[in-house]
Design a protein around this ligand. Sequence first.
Ligand SMILES: [Zn+2]
Length: 289
Amino acid sequence: MPDSREDKAAWYRRAAEASVFFLTGAGAETGAGGAARAATGVCAAAGLAAAQGESNESIAIDCFEIPAIDSPGISIRGLVIPPHVDLPPSWRAVPVRQGLSLLASGASGENEKTDRLLRAFHIAQWRRESRFCGSCGAKNTDSAGELSRLCPVCGRLEYPRISPAVITLITNDRGQVLLAHNKKFNNGVYSLIAGFNEAGENLEATVAREIREEVNIEVRDVRYIVSQPWPFPNSLMLGFSASHAGGEIKPDGVEIADARWWGREELPPLPGKGSVARHLIELWLSGAL
Ligand SMILES: [Zn+2]
């Protein structure tokens, strides 16, 4: 374990990046005992004390159980494990984004698992960041009847934060799509233009502003298509389509290193399956957009 408070904070962030989640439908996927008991076992094996439903400030590990959405009787048992912890033989550590691609490219019916992974990851991060009341600083407790944190001193409730962000598939009148390489992307991946909604701004304005800021063009016919939770760290991605209305592409050079129009036959490396960007691009490739 790290010694100083700063070391601990950095370690905590790394642990978040390397988090492992063990998801279960009423224990089915982890065999006898279920994830919660297995989680307790891993905590014990790692020499870390962790109690379900409680975050301990001194350790970077969190075991929790939450109800799954739209699956009555099913709950998600989540476990956040720092990278150095040895796992039981039958368990495998997979970075969350990679896990998303694995689940999304698996057999049919895997979307439910993807949804659970996204929900578990979002809530695990929120739990880690909501240990203290944002108003008076007292230590929060878990609310009894809903997914929220309750301050026992001033009564403030805190719910998981969800930040709306837009992502837009832009096409031109030559049947091409605008794909951009963000400086943060690995492996030469090109994706769609995306950005966060600002306070006081409607989503259509966010779409237009982000596109103007990042690639300097104007769009028209902005249309909502699909959404996806994207808890990196806490977004709800709202997917749009739009048509090029004017201006030449000029990458901002800050976030966007390169951006071009691409035809169907000459596409660059694309974002992984399971992302809303990939979904929108595939809708376009299939002719649905
Ligand atoms: Zn308070």
